[in-house]
Design a protein around this ligand. Structure first.
Ligand code: PRX
Length: 653
């Protein structure tokens, strides 16, 4: 384990506050205490039968041949039908699916389930004309506009698997994903809005497409109306291709999909430079996200639920699009940043729409803490009933602040642990049932069986810390890494025989509650986003003047972790502020602005073992400005001393 999680353990030992559910919440909660007593197979069987609609019911609950699981075998269904059509057929077409709020103030749209169906059908009909059919891989690179879920649902309707690439990623990151999935079509937009300025999505896409010869067509949504290049024969405007298309659902029936057909790939960072295409299939994923969404967020028919994540990450896939829509929930979709034009933007949204459930990340909560409670105080937040957190460990102070200043001291806060790979939330309180502890994700979701193990694979037991594993399959679990069986086995299944290794440290307390401690591998968690050290290193070394680079994360009060890079320049160049900016921008260009190092330390040498391995452990010590660990294996001990000196004078971003 790295030293950082050990710090977290120390801090957590001090946390003894508990919040049992209020009677008021408990009596109306979707979850009842007996849910924990249900047999796990019976639970998933019942949820599978009742929570989704089948064209043909499944005949077998699951099949588990480690490391691959299949769920709801023999079933036929369609995700778009479940998320859209069936609500309209049930007479709920006039219910709002999304209250959309653009970043420019005053720009809003109300999209009912009937509107969503019309938009999806028209767009799916247009995609068909571009050659999209069952099995055609589609890339999506957009901002937080209503057309993003429309595009995803249209793909699901046609049985075309998608990969959504977060709009903050660079052209290189986009083309890497398009090529890996062998996408034939890309759906993008002219530009996105971000904090009052624009993100050149189409321009990035053009650059990406130059390196992705398999993509034959690009659909471009008009958003900011800026002038963008349109390549004849390849690019088409969204508004032009839907013109004249039928919006009658019978003109484009939902494709009958097998339970185990691919729904989407979502790429995530690992410990090598190449992102992993995480495979999610149809039925188990849908049942998993809809079930967890129902019980954990306690959604009611009149709820206005807001997950303030980006759809480009798994949180948005599972808890903005597929889970909530499957449950027929009214959601808020917000395009912009929390501080535009002012730091109370979120709270004005909560007030105006009467949001009762808010789900966000610790990094956002910490940003609001820093800005101060006065922004929230300007608004009536009494509609809020439940708050959620995801993406990284939430420190107890942030949890308390969230509950006090946003939740008025009365709302439960559910800290939900999960991953891109798990597809759905796995460790979480159930509001109305579980006693909450600030900083703890508390209990496994019913049916889920995690454990905390030591190096040898023994259960650490109450009070112990170690590695988090999952001992039993769950419906929304990943079905592998796209085209890479070996990496799948190596990453998740080789540490402990037959057990899923999550790559996170965890601690169990005396009550058996889980406290998550962050990543134990070379993956950093920056503002809740997983970024691997090696990806940033590769981006740095890609710059012509860089000879060698080593990257690590250091604790950061705002972003959880911040990226620190140690760089040796070619030809003995010592580097300067301009070079530093140039390298930071280079990383932003190669990967995306989220991966920009917060600081770069130039050094003539990196600390290495005698066998030439970079000692990241020491780099982390230097970055954290703490005493160095064991340095006896260093080839040249003076290198770190020099580094410590340099680090103490380094520039902070
Ligand atoms: O380290 C854990 C952290 O985020 C990682 C998963 O990242 P990603 O696949 O990008 O998905 C993020 C959203 C689900 C985990 O391995 N993480 C996520 N939620 C929590 C968390 N760490 C502590 N507490 C959480 N609630």
């Amino acid at each position: 384990m790295t030293t950082a999680p050990r710090h977290a353990i120390d801090a957590l030992f001090l946390e003894e506050r508990t919040y049992p559910p209020s009677l008021e919440f408990a009596t109306q909660a979707n979850a009842r205490p007996d849910i924990y007593e249900r047999d796990w197979e019976e639970l998933w069987e019942a949820e599978g039968r009742e929570r989704v609609s089948w064209f043909k019911p499944f005949d077998k609950l699951y099949e588990w041949e480690p490391p691959y699981a299949k769920w709801y075998l023999g079933g036929k269904l369609n995700v778009c039908f479940n998320c859209v059509d069936r609500h309209v057929e049930a007479g709920n077409g006039e219910n709002v699916a999304y209250h959309w709020e653009g970043e420019p103030e005053g720009e809003t749209r109300t999209i009912t389930f009937a509107d969503l169906q019309r938009d999806v059908v028209r767009f799916a009909n247009a995609l068909k004309k571009l050659g999209v059919e069952k099995g055609t891989p589609v890339g999506i690179y957009m901002g937080m506009v209503p057309e993003l879920p429309v595009a995803m649902l249209a793909c699901a309707r046609l049985g075309a698997p998608h990969t959504v690439v977060f709009g903050g990623f660079s052209a290189d990151s986009l083309s890497g994903r398009l090529n890996d999935m062998e996408c034939e079509i890309l759906i993008t937009q002219d530009e996105g809005w971000r904090r009052g300025s624009t993100v050149p999505l189409k321009k990035n896409a053009d650059e990406a497409l130059a390196a992705s010869p398999g993509v034959k067509r690009a659909v471009v949504l008009r958003r900011t109306r800026s002038d963008v290049a349109i390549e004849d024969g390849r690019d088409v405007w969204w508004h032009e291709i839907v013109e004249g298309e039928s919006d009658d659902p019978s003109s484009c029936p939902c494709e009958e999909m097998d339970s185990e057909d691919l729904l989407y790939l979502l790429y995530t960072s690992g410990t090598t430079a190449k992102p992993k295409g995480i495979v999610h299939t149809t039925a188990g994923y849908l049942v998993g996200v809809a079930t967890t969404h129902h019980y954990i967020f306690d959604v009611k028919p009149d709820s206005v639920y807001w997950c303030a994540a980006d759809i480009g990450w798994v949180t948005g896939h599972s808890y903005i699009v597929y889970g909530p829509l499957c449950n027929g929930t009214t959601g808020v979709l917000y395009e912009g940043t929390p501080d535009f034009p002012d730091k109370d933007r979120w709270w004005s949204i909560v007030e105006r729409y009467g949001v009762d459930i808010l789900y966000t990340a610790p990094t956002a909560i910490r940003a609001h803490m820093k800005w101060g409670p006065e922004h929230a105080e300007k608004h009536d937040l009494s509609s809020l009933r439940l708050l959620g957190s995801v993406g990284e460990p939430i420190n107890p102070e942030a949890w308390m602040w969230y509950r006090e200043h946003i939740g008025g001291g009365r709302t439960p806060v559910v800290d939900t642990w999960w991953q891109t790979e798990t597809g759905m939330i796995l460790i979480t309180p159930l509001p109305g049932v579980t006693t909450l502890k600030p900083g703890s994700a508390t209990k496994p979701f019913p049916g889920v069986l995690p454990a905390v193990l030591d190096e040898e694979g023994n259960d650490v037991g109450p009070g112990g810390g170690g590695y988090l594993v999952l001992k039993r399959p769950w419906p929304a679990m990943l079905r592998g890494i796209h085209n890479d069986h070996e990496r799948y086995v190596e990453t998740y299944w080789s540490r402990y025989e037959g057990l899923y290794f999550a790559g996170d440290g965890a601690k169990l307390d005396e009550d058996g509650d889980f406290w998550l401690l962050g990543r134990v591998d070379d993956v950093m968690n920056v503002s809740g986003h997983r970024i691997s050290t090696i990806e940033v290193e590769s981006a740095l070394v890609d710059h012509q003047s860089v000879a060698e680079a080593a990257v690590c994360g250091r604790n950061d009060p705002q972003t959880g972790q911040a990226i620190v890079a140690y760089v040796t320049l070619k030809g003995g160049d010592e580097g300067d502020v301009e070079k530093l900016e140039e390298l930071r921008n280079h990383v932003a260009k190669k990967i995306g602005p989220i991966a920009k190092p917060a600081n770069i330390v130039f050094t003539p040498e990196l600390p290495k073992t005698r066998s030439g391995k970079i000692m990241r452990r020491l780099l982390r010590d230097v970055a954290e400005k703490r005493e160095l660990g064991d340095t006896t294996t260093l080839a040249d001990p003076t290198v770190v001393e020099e580094l410590q000196e340099r680090a103490s004078t380094e520039r902070e971003d």
